[in-house]
Design a protein. Structure first.
Length: 195
């Protein structure tokens, strides 16, 4: 037996303001950021949902799930005493002005992480952190995009040393050790001994 529908039009719950009843205990809410969403009344009233999304551009940035990522980028690009500065800021890697000046621009451009374990990756390691050069990537994808990777062409395709070793069922540590002992380039070594 269903209970009586309580009119909450105009009432505010955290960042969400009730606009109108939709159906099945769901209301249309307007977030402080201006976005309209349909949510279950009980979830909103019990603080399970406090805004339109996890990446809502309102509120305290330091409480946001992407804040540590943004802050980490700034530190490795601009703070000389930061652990990663020598590989980023010292190499001339910067953060685009839009992101440097506003955390919320970073959130808007990057969106939510597809998975919690993903981290930010620059598509071109010699270019800055910006919307056009960044994506969310898994640790495996990150390992494929390092400056010190060894690249080898096999059947007109370019592979990292590690990926090609896996593809050819080779123990990459053994091949790497033999490669280091030879005077050949990685491509020459693979052409001579592997292909």
């Amino acid at each position: 037996m269903g209970g009586k529908k309580i009119d909450i039009t105009g009432q505010k719950f955290n960042k969400l303001k009730a606009i109108k009843y939709v159906a099945n205990k769901k209301w249309l809410f307007e977030c402080d950021c201006g976005k309209k969403v349909i949510k279950t009344t009980s979830d909103v009233k019990r603080n399970k949902i406090i805004s339109c999304s996890k990446i809502c551009t309102t509120g305290n940035p330091s409480k946001h799930c992407l804040y540590q990522t943004w802050d980490g980028i700034k530190k490795r690009c601009y703070q000389k005493n930061s652990t990663g500065y020598k590989n980023y800021g010292a190499r001339g890697i910067k953060m685009c002005n839009e992101w440097k000046e506003s955390f919320w621009n970073f959130v808007k451009d990057m969106g939510e992480k597809p998975f919690k374990s993903f981290s930010i990756e620059r598509l071109d390691n010699n270019k800055n952190y910006s919307k056009d050069n960044c994506t969310w990537a898994s640790s495996k994808e990150q390992s494929e995009n390092r400056r010190n990777n060894i690249y080898i062409v096999y059947k007109n395709e370019t592979y990292t040393f590690y990926t090609l070793s896996k593809l050819l069922n080779l123990k990459h540590s053994t091949v790497y050790w033999r490669l280091k002992k030879s005077s050949l380039t990685p491509q020459e070594y693979f052409n001579k001994y592997i292909f």
